[in-house]
Design a protein around this ligand. Structure first.
Ligand code: GLN
Length: 453
């Protein structure tokens, strides 16, 4: 197939089927066809990049020049980005074709895609259920075969949890591996971009293009990008997997536990050794995250003031009224809740009690993993406590929703890479197995994921 044929095929599928899922906010048909034509020309001249001509979708958190970049919010409904995110540029350089921008929880805050200004995304496995979040649009698009692969971001689980709930492979790289330039900031010390794909092999291909050194992101690390495909078929003989006992406690659905345990047995059959480990501060990850992430978001989102860009209220009476009404009218409930929590935690008098304490807990959580990786090569466990749940099931109770990320959040706090791969079905719904690697050990996770698939 030529890239033009392939791109037309996916654009037609989106047109015909996305009414059922709502996975795209913007479909960039004209851009896609022009890029496909250019990719065909490159292929004709002997371009060998495996992504050249391949259509992909971008989460609507990545700035795309000349194209609306909404971040799932009314605040940016009218925002046309003046530049491309580095991630977007990297895929363009590889010759990939952009099909459009995918739906997401507002400003990436959520685990169900119910907080998007553009309406909820439906899980292609069961349209009465959520696809997970915040990268639910990217996950649903790939799961419904509306795109072969998509970009996503993960601050506390937003790549891995939707991957688990939609039966996909999702990889959150080591903090600093992928540039955050042009990726709308939620919690800058936790945010990291990564791919959502069907297989580990596709994830490796996507990582080859996505990872780069970028001086425009001061937390990006100047380190060679390996060929992530190189070790996919390595033997797992002698690989040591650590199973944290804290990840199999209260709150874990029985069917999910069974599927995860069966997957661990399968790894043993492939020659891996399994060791029970302890990550003693696991229970503190969610509370620490819900201080640190809101604190950072309250600072990051202060730029949306109704003055420079984004939503502006009608007929403000003075500057204060402009700020209050623009932000009050355009931010949804969850975003406002986070800004309030974050502002509170950072205010004088509370800073030491909450923010500083959370930072100390963050260090303890990181230290748990540093100790664990002295003994094991990968940590394995469930990605999320249960399979996809029904719309509205957790939306009314923020705490229930926050617990969706109980197994994924520690990885972000520690800056480690994490991955979710499909490991079975419970009640016809996919279950995810999480693999956590040591810093910059993405290739090892991909190897373990590929051999499993
Ligand atoms: N669900 C978590 C939150 O709402 C994580 C979101 C994310 O990773 N972007 O903050």
């Amino acid at each position: 197939w030529s890239s033009e044929e392939l791109t037309r095929h996916f654009l037609e599928r989106i047109k015909r089927l996305d009414g059922n899922y709502n996975s795209f906010i913007t479909v960039t048909e004209e851009v896609a066809m022009a890029q496909a034509k250019a990719a065909d020309a490159r292929l004709g001249q002997g371009d060998t990049n495996p992504l050249c001509g391949v259509p992909i979708a971008h989460k609507d958190i990545f700035c795309t020049k000349g194209i609306r970049t909404s971040c799932g919010s009314k605040m940016l409904d009218n925002f046309i980005a003046p530049y491309d995110a580095t991630v977007v540029e990297n895929y363009q350089a590889a010759g990939a074709v952009m099909l459009g921008k995918t739906n997401m929880d507002e400003f990436a805050m959520g685990s169900s895609n119910e907080t998007s200004f553009y309406g909820p995304v439906k899980n292609p496995w069961n349209v009465n259920c959520v696809p997970g979040g915040s990268s639910g649009g990217s996950a649903a698009a790939v799961a419904a075969r509306l795109a072969p692969a998509a970009t996503a971001t993960d601050t506390g689980g937003s790549i891995r949890q939707p991957a688990a709930l939609c039966g996909l492979t999702g990889l959150k790289p080591t903090y600093g591996r992928v540039s955050r330039w042009g990726m709308i900031a939620f919690a800058s010390s936790l945010d990291q971009a990564g791919p959502l794909t069907r297989t580990a092999e596709d994830a490796a291909l996507m990582m080859n293009a996505m990872a780069s050194f970028d001086a425009k992101d001061s937390t990006n690390i100047d380190r060679d990008v390996p060929d992530y495909r190189a070790n996919l078929n390595d033997s797992l003989e002698g690989l040591t997997l650590g199973v944290p006992k804290e990840y199999f406690g209260e709150g874990l659905d029985a069917g999910t536990q069974q599927a995860v345990e069966a997957a661990i047995k399968q790894y043993q059959a492939m020659g891996a050794k399994v060791k029970e480990i302890s990550l003693p501060h696991s229970a503190l990850a969610v509370p620490a995250y819900y201080v640190i992430a809101p604190a950072e978001c309250s600072a990051n989102l202060s730029r949306f003031d109704g003055v420079r860009y984004g939503y502006r209220c009608e007929n403000p009476t003075d500057l204060s009224d402009l700020y209050k009404r623009s932000r009050g009218e355009a931010f949804g409930e969850e975003v406002q809740r986070r800004i309030l929590i974050g502002t509170y935690c950072l205010s004088a008098g509370y800073y030491d009690a909450y923010y500083r304490k959370a930072q100390k807990v963050r260090r303890l959580i990181k230290q748990d993993f540093v100790e664990a990786f002295k003994e094991v090569d990968l940590v394995v466990g469930p990605t999320s406590p249960s399979p996809a749940f029904a719309f509205g099931a957790k939306g009314a109770d923020p705490i229930a929703m926050y617990l969706e990320d109980i197994y994924t959040i520690a990885t972000n706090l520690a800056g480690l890479p994490g991955m979710s791969i499909p490991c079975g079905l419970v009640d016809s719904k996919p279950v995810g197995l999480q693999l956590i690697g040591n810093y910059f050990e993405e290739a090892r996770m991909l190897n373990a994921a590929h051999k499993f698939q």
